[in-house]
Write a protein that binds this ligand. Sequence first.
Ligand SMILES: Cc1cc2nc3c(=O)[nH]c(=O)nc-3n(C[C@H](O)[C@H](O)[C@H](O)COP(=O)(O)OP(=O)(O)OC[C@H]3O[C@@H](n4cnc5c(N)ncnc54)[C@H](O)[C@@H]3O)c2cc1C
Length: 414
Amino acid sequence: MRRYSMFAVAREALRYHAGWERAWRSPEPKKRYDVVVVGAGGHGLATAYYLGKVHGITNVAVIEKGWLGGGNTGRNTTIIRSNYLQDASAAIFEKALQLYEGLSQDLNYNVMFSPRGLLMLAQSEHEMRGYKRTVYANALQGVQTEWISRERVKELVPIINLDGPRYPVLGALYQERGGTARHDAVAWGYARGCSAMGMDIIQQCEVTGIRTVNGKVQGIDTTKGAIDCGKLAMVVAGHSGVLAEMAGFRLPLESVALQAWVSEPIKPVIDVVVMANLVHCYISQSDKGELVLGGGIDHCNNFTQRGSWYTLEETTRALVETYPVVSRLKMLRQWGGIVDITGDHSPIISKAPVEGIFVDCGWGTGGFKAIPGSGWAMAELVAKGHSPLAEGFGLNRFREGRFIDESVAAGVAH
Ligand SMILES: Cc1cc2nc3c(=O)[nH]c(=O)nc-3n(C[C@H](O)[C@H](O)[C@H](O)COP(=O)(O)OP(=O)(O)OC[C@H]3O[C@@H](n4cnc5c(N)ncnc54)[C@H](O)[C@@H]3O)c2cc1C
């Protein structure tokens, strides 16, 4: 595959851009692969990419029932940060952030990573104590974060109302290296990288069954026929429970809709990302000028990919009281995704009870930021049978009660 470069753009400009090749191939499935990855979201594609790049395993197919990046990867609000409390979480999210920092160069694809700074507002004494504790924990973990005063918050976010009708802003947990990236580009960049290594990305191909013999995986049945595989990686977010059922085991997950929406485009008003977890809303501004807005999950499990009215109303109330400017804006689009949430609000990167099957799921409302780190760890687990980054996130933690409690970090907002 030809490299993208300034010279390539100049050359193509001279011939009306007629010479660009397709970013990835769309082949028919082969009869057998060493590894089949189900789910062409960011996590599935990153798993395949690092399998090839780091471990030299390239006889790989990524099977996707819709279009690549069309699941949660293309539906999220693109917040990236690594300021988690628990050591295992900080390690994998920091690895992801470090990979994001060089991802455009690594993939030779502009993922528009924008480390514009991220604030998590403290609006109660309890939150303030919690975030200060996170700053201390992050210092020990080697993750740069700081506690900033409410005056500094106002400097960074001039449109904020520090003394809202319900809760005042007391300060914030600030991660200067946090920010956003273009979500589609992350999926497209990994897909292009996988295709360049000779991997097959098979879209419009739903997995309908998983074949096992004597407790070992043999292959999958799909809407494009049967495919055999040596190993199977399930990376299907909100549909993980459905896939697990096909293989005959259960996962401790709940699937629920999470929604987001964008305003009409306006001139730049905010150049950081801000999360307000108590009143529950978050905001950033896209390069096009739209305010990118989101809030909490629906309160009951569902597969609607839409989200409920009451959540929309609750979040809008929180947005308007925190940023009065929002009340003057028209909203352009709203959408939802199905997020997969575990009891301790931490992901699962684990061998499954069926030999040869591996699961990567449970990223809930906060897995976009984790894509490179998760792909790295999952690829290592599939290739070698163990991964230091994935160690704490095994399924056995639910049997043994070794929870990684990140409920404030992963299950509430992003
Ligand atoms: C509205 C919203 C906002 C969010 N905001 C943020 C944020 O700001 N920051 C952040 O870090 N995270 C955020 N998230 C969470 C983040 O989007 C997800 O954790 C992450 O994208 C999950 O990626 P994935 O690759 O695991 O899943 P997905 O991108 O959902 O990919 C899974 C793929 O599996 C495919 N699939 C399912 N079943 C089958 C089958 N039977 N056969 C074949 N293919 C199948 C699906 O079609 C899908 O494409 C948000 C999520 C939503 C919904």
